[in-house]
Structure formats: C-alpha cells, structure tokens
Design a binder for this molecule. Sequence first.
Ligand code: BES
Ligand code: MN
Ligand code: MN
Length: 462
Amino acid sequence: METIQSYIEEHKNRFINELLELLKIPSVSADPSYKEDVIKTAEEIKKRLLEAGCDAVEICETPGYPIVYGEKIIDKTLPTVLVYGHYDVQPADPIELWDSPPFEPVIKKTELHPEGAIFARGACDDKGQMYMHVKAMELMTQTETLPCNVKFMIEGEEEVGSESLDWFVKRNQEKLTNDVILISDTGMISNVQPSITTGLRGLSYVEVEVTGPNRDLHSGLYGGAVANPINILSKMIASLQDEDNRITVDGFYDNVIELSKEERADMAKAPFDLDAYKKSIDLSDIHGEKGYTTNERNSIRPTLDVNGIWGGYTGEGAKTVIASKAYAKISMRLVPNQTPDEITEKFVKHFNKIAPASVKVKVTPHHGGHAYVTPIDNIGYKAANKAYTETFGVPAIPQRSGGSIPIVALFEKELKSKTILMGFGLDSDAIHSPNEHYGIFNYLKGIQTIPLFYKYFTEMKK
Ligand code: BES
Ligand code: MN
Ligand code: MN
C-alpha cells in the first residue's frame, strides 16, 4: 500500500505546478473588470475536482459569482465531511509594492520558509490552502484510502462578503448535509508549532461621509470661518478611542463576554515573542487596549479601525482648498455575543451624535458577519489534533484568531454543524498585502495532514 508520504513525494512537483497555474488567473472578486477571470477560475476548479476523483461536480449559478459544488458519496451510512474554501482573491493593489507581478507566481526562499514559498496574490488566501484539499482528495482516491463521504463547496465571493453563498446555503440545506465542515483559510503559530483556530471575530463595516459647504471653497477666503469636513472627520475619528484605547461608541462593549482568569492564563501559554513580532513589521512599540496583551487584543477583544480615508486635494503640488466632503471606511471586529446589526446601529447613532451642527454626516453600512467560537471537546477537534500531532510531532494549540470568515456562523445556524479550521498559513505570509506568499512546506504539510483528519474523524465517529 502506498503511504501518504510516498504519494506526496512522487507527485509534489505536479502539485506545486498545478497551484501555480491556478494562481495565474486573477480572480479578484471586488473588481468587476476581472469578472471573466473569476468565472474561468470556477471552471478550472470544477475540472480539477473531477480529476481528483469527485463523482459529480457542478457549477452552481447564484445572483453573483458561481459556487463550485462537488461530491463523492461512497456509502450513505458513513460520515460526510464538507470542505469549504474560496477561489476569489483580494485586489493586488498597491501593485507597485510587489517585488514580482502578483499573478505571475514565483518561488523564493525566505527566512521563515527556507524550503521556498510561492509568491502570488491568493497563494495563501485561499487558493493555496483550498487546493490542498483538492490534492488530498486526489491522494485518498488514488491510494484508495478515502474513508468517508466528501462534499466540496468552493465559493467566489468570500473577499466581498459571501452574499451569494448565504443565498445558496439557505436554499440547499439538504444537499449540504454533513457531519463536520472542514476549512483551511486561517493560520497557525509556526511551522514547528501547529495550532487549530477555535474562534473568529465578527465584522461590522461602515462607510462615512461628512459634508461641509455645498462646494469646494478657497481656503483663504473661507478658511477659519466654516467647518472643514476633513478636519472635522479627523476629530470625530480620533474621538472614537479614549486614552486607554477603548472604543467610545455608546454601548459598544455592552454584550462583550469577558474571558475568565483561567481562560486568559491558558491563552498566555501559547508561544509568542513580542520582540520578533515588533521586528517583523518594523515597529518600535506596540499599541492597544489597556489591560490586555497583544494576543488578547488581536483575538478576544473587539476593535475599531479606519481602513481608508480620503477627501480634498491629493494630487501633485499644493492646492489651497476646503473640500466639500470627506470620507472614511471603518471596520469593527466583533467578538462572540456582539452582533453586526447591533454594533452598526450603535455606530450610526453615536457618529450622528458626535457630529457638530456645522456638518452633515451620512453612514452607509456594508457587509457584516458574526463571530464564531468552537469548543475543543468534540471529535472534529480531536481528530484534527491527532492528525497534526502525527504530522508535526507535537500537538496543536487551540487559538482564537482575529480574522473573520462570516460564513462559518451561518453554517452553524443553517446546517447545524461545527466547523474545524485547519489553517496552515503564517501571519507573516502577507495575506491581503503586497508579496503574499505560501510556504511549500505548509502546502505539502496540509496535503499530508488532511487525509489523516478524514481517517481519524471517521474512526472516532463510529
Ligand atoms: N482567510 C481570511 C480570514 C482569516 C485569515 C481568518 C487569517 C483568520 C486568519 C478571509 O479570506 C478574509 O480575508 N476575511 C475577511 C472578511 C471578509 C468579510 C472580507 C477579513 O477577515 O477581513
Ligand atoms: Mn480567506
Ligand atoms: Mn481574505
């Protein structure tokens, strides 16, 4: 019988080359000018799921981008694993900060990836991680070791809020029945210390517009006598956090669940090197909510961040002007028990309240999502941990992440199943940033670990 290891050894070059081909298609869901490439990527995934051994694969049309659905049902009495991933990617901008073109993947060695890493938009988030599941499927089919039923659901709108997936899941509960949902779209602590993500933050995203005068004004003729919307917006934003870096939006923390001393002590056991953290992003000091550690600030605490701010003259040289309007995009990361609707409503009220009479404000809500936490006493977690322990030689550490995959909370509500987040990325892989990359080690380790999850999950389910 061929082992997992020897199959990977024999086919790894092809596994890598196939991923490189996939990364060449710019499936940017946020930008309509890439529409054809997004659709082409869905078709490519369909082809590869069929090649990997799925019996039936369909491209399911939705109001937005299609969802690729594939399955292999070997025995209805056996458990079913539902794999979710996304084939869309973030926009590549700012393109000038990439060392190599974002859609022309190259393999380069880095300090953390001495075996090489693939540099391309989507290499880690999520094409590389999603494709590990396709190759794990091929491996199990080819070595005749697939122990249970599998369903794949790969979407193309994750990076823009998963609206069509929401639509699809609500209409296909029957088709999507499963015993556990498996996702690789998160990270782990390091290549020698795996972790399993046990929580994701929710999200509330708004865009604000501040209007002063009805037209742009000469800043000499009017300056000092009328409200400058950019000055006002800056002041308003600055007031959203106090000296302790706590968020001042009225009622923002009302529903936040505080962790117990024991839970916080457990969290603090995870290895973390503050100096290396600072060094990796070139910071001389950290920043955040008083009374919490860096790892707490970026996982169990809610946040408010400006993602973009604009207005007035930003071209070459100087223009003396008071702009009529100023804008900002603001995201709030939420923790369990805060809901996106509640927080958005509180933000709108608060933002209107703090606006001086000299300006008008408008707040437009964007997509949102609920946070998620998963217990570790279920067989999904145990099976994942057993798989990691075998391939890494050490058990995985449970860890809550600061990122969001809003659809996970919806899966729990609509499909009534738990999600296991087996992520193999590193925080330093620069997802959403220029020079995104994914380690070859991580990619192959994923392909090696996933079949063991299937094996142990099926065994434990019996
Ligand atoms: N894969 C990420 C989320 C992620 C990354 C979670 C690393 C944990 C660790 C996902 O593609 C993503 O970027 N999500 C967005 C939210 C979405 C609604 C645009 C996010 O977290 O900003
Ligand atoms: Mn992702
Ligand atoms: Mn992403």
